[in-house]
Write a protein that binds this ligand. Structure first.
Ligand code: IYR
Length: 226
């Protein structure tokens, strides 16, 4: 049942260049909120979705489903439902501290990008897999697995020259209806995909430095990272 792994081993110099250039590329990824309505090649979206599907998952249960739409009517339906949820979030549900944390992003209940951007991807999480003979199998670590798949999806789209917005309207149960997904699947993330608008601005945020996100543990390891 097992088969031999075909591992692609790189030369040291090649590894270092690959690691550096991948980091440089990923460093340029920014979440954007102002999208152009320009359409994007379907092949790019298809390959990014296939890339997401390569993610590791608990017991390889692949507890994800990606629903994709470019259909203006569906996008407008999602926009209207999301804006209705967001309105109650911003005016009633969000605690003051949360609104303060969001202030630098300049977000509000208006979500024009949901109809402007050419592609919306609804990511759904499956706590169970239903087999053809009606058995219900437990999926292991579904939240972690779907999170990893989303990371690969975002990276693949960025790598292909597209911009994304990880949007999590809350609550987002309306996504089941919008994307015609069964109630057994939990909406996990709405990914907005396209090109940034010409004069798109992004907040001047910074990422934490290495020292703040990594602890180098043990004397030998400190020597290794010198
Ligand atoms: N879902 C809301 C609020 C929001 C929450 C977080 I956490 C963000 O990083 C950004 C926005 C909205 O989309 O406006």
């Amino acid at each position: 049942m097992n088969k031999k792994l075909e591992f692609q081993r790189l030369q040291d110099a090649e590894m270092k260049t690959a690691a550096q250039s991948f980091y440089t590329k990923m460093q340029r990824r920014r979440t954007v909120r102002d999208f152009s309505d320009q359409s994007v090649p379907a092949e790019v979206i298809r390959n990014a979705l296939l890339c997401a599907g390569t993610a590791p998952s608990g017991a390889n249960m692949q507890p994800w489903h990606f629903a994709v739409t470019t259909d203006p009517k569906i996008k407008i339906g999602i926009k209207d439902a999301a804006e209705a949820e967001e309105k109650t979030f911003y005016t009633q549900r969000a605690p003051e501290a949360w609104l303060d944390a969001l202030a630098p992003l300049g977000t509000d209940e208006h979500k024009p990008f949901l109809s402007t951007a050419p592609v919306l991807i609804g990511v759904f999480l499956k706590k169970f897999t239903y087999t053809e003979d009606g058995k219900r199998l437990k999926n292991y670590y579904p939240y972690e697995s779907v999170g990893i798949a989303c990371g690969l999806l975002i990276s693949a789209l960025h790598h292909s020259g597209l911009a994304t917005l990880t949007h999590t309207p809350s609550p987002m149960a309306f996504l089941n209806q919008a994307f015609a997904r069964p109630k057994t699947e939990r909406p996990y993330l709405l990914l907005v995909v396209g090109y940034p608008e010409e004069n798109c601005q992004v907040p001047a945020i910074e990422k934490l430095p290495f020292e703040d996100i990594v602890s180098v543990v043990g004397e030998q390891t400190q020597e290794y990272f010198k």
